[in-house]
Design a protein around this ligand. Structure first.
Ligand SMILES: C[S@@+](CC[C@H](N)C(=O)[O-])C[C@H]1O[C@@H](n2cnc3c(N)ncnc32)[C@H](O)[C@@H]1O
Length: 261
């Protein structure tokens, strides 16, 4: 019998920070019609509930300090799924191209000759800017924004130019920085930022369990130490944090809306 040729396509999709209402229309359409969905730990349950009951769901979630499914295995899984299914959705938290390793998966698919499309998602920095009322830029407070990672491999130093990042006119958003918060604060203060510079830590941003913690660089390490490391946490450092009092949407009002259209 001749081999059956499956026309397969992989969609690398950003699921946004958690609130299903923040999915793009394109992402929603693809999630609802996928044959198989490969998803990360940060993809929220309300979004997984949108997957068709007939589709296969594969969890490749990585918890902090625990990698049950290493990246090379995810890469080869996507290629092997392309031999069995026609519409493969690879679902990632936030945006696949912002600290999402989506571009590494795209390289592997390209090298294997598998067709793919990247569907952007709202990155967590954008999502929490809206719920917390802390804009990423604001005339007179921040002329720019930098998104950086505070994560480093075990035994390695936080190899960023912290002196260069210590700019009072730029908002600094640190992904994956909770575990190194005290060190990050120390580096930024020694780079010239005031110890009184406001900082906001947002846990589970845009989800019903969202929490906001307000502190300063001086208090950052102690505040971050109170947060459970399993919960995604974003750090916003800069004068824009002062606007939270004026522009924040009260948690209850926002949460009443989440997931209910
Ligand atoms: C591997 S990175 C993935 C980032 C993702 N691609 C994005 O665009 O948001 C994971 C980190 O993103 C941040 N993050 C993702 N979702 C979040 C959320 N809902 N609330 C707070 N931080 C979040 C946390 O810093 C978390 O450790």
């Amino acid at each position: 019998m001749p081999a059956v040729h499956i026309q397969s396509h992989v969609y690398l999709i950003g699921a946004g920070p958690g609130d299903p209402d923040l999915l793009t229309v394109k992402a929603l359409r693809l999630i609802e019609t996928a044959d198989v969905v490969v998803y990360d730990r940060l993809v929220s349950q309300p979004i997984l509930n949108l997957v068709s009951p007939g589709a296969e769901l594969i969890d490749v979630g990585k918890a902090p300090d625990h990698h049950p499914f290493p990246q090379p295995n995810i890469n080869s899984l996507l290629v092997s799924l392309s031999h069995r299914f026609s519409k493969i959705v690879r679902l990632k938290g936030g945006d696949p191209y912002v600290f999402g390793r989506g571009s590494e998966e795209a390289e592997v698919l390209r090298d294997a000759g598998v067709a793919y499309t990247v569907v952007p998602g709202i990155t967590s920095a954008q999502g929490i800017a809206s719920t917390t009322g802390v804009p990423l830029t604001h005339r007179g407070l921040a002329t720019g924004v930098r998104l950086v990672t505070g994560h480093c491999r075990a035994g390695h130093d936080l190899d960023l130019d912290w002196d260069g990042l210590a700019d009072p006119d730029t908002t600094l958003v640190v992904y994956m920085g909770r575990g190194h918060a005290a060190e990050i604060a120390r580096r930024l203060i020694s780079g010239g930022l005031s110890a009184d510079m406001p900082v906001m830590l947002v846990v589970d941003g845009t989800r019903p369990s969202e929490e906001r913690h307000f502190t300063t660089l001086a208090g950052l390490g102690a505040t971050a130490a109170t947060i459970d490391k399993r919960r995604p946490t974003l750090m916003v450092i800069g004068r824009v944090v002062e606007l939270a009092d004026e522009l924040a949407i009260p948690l209850e009002a926002e949460l009443g809306r989440v997931g209910h259209g």
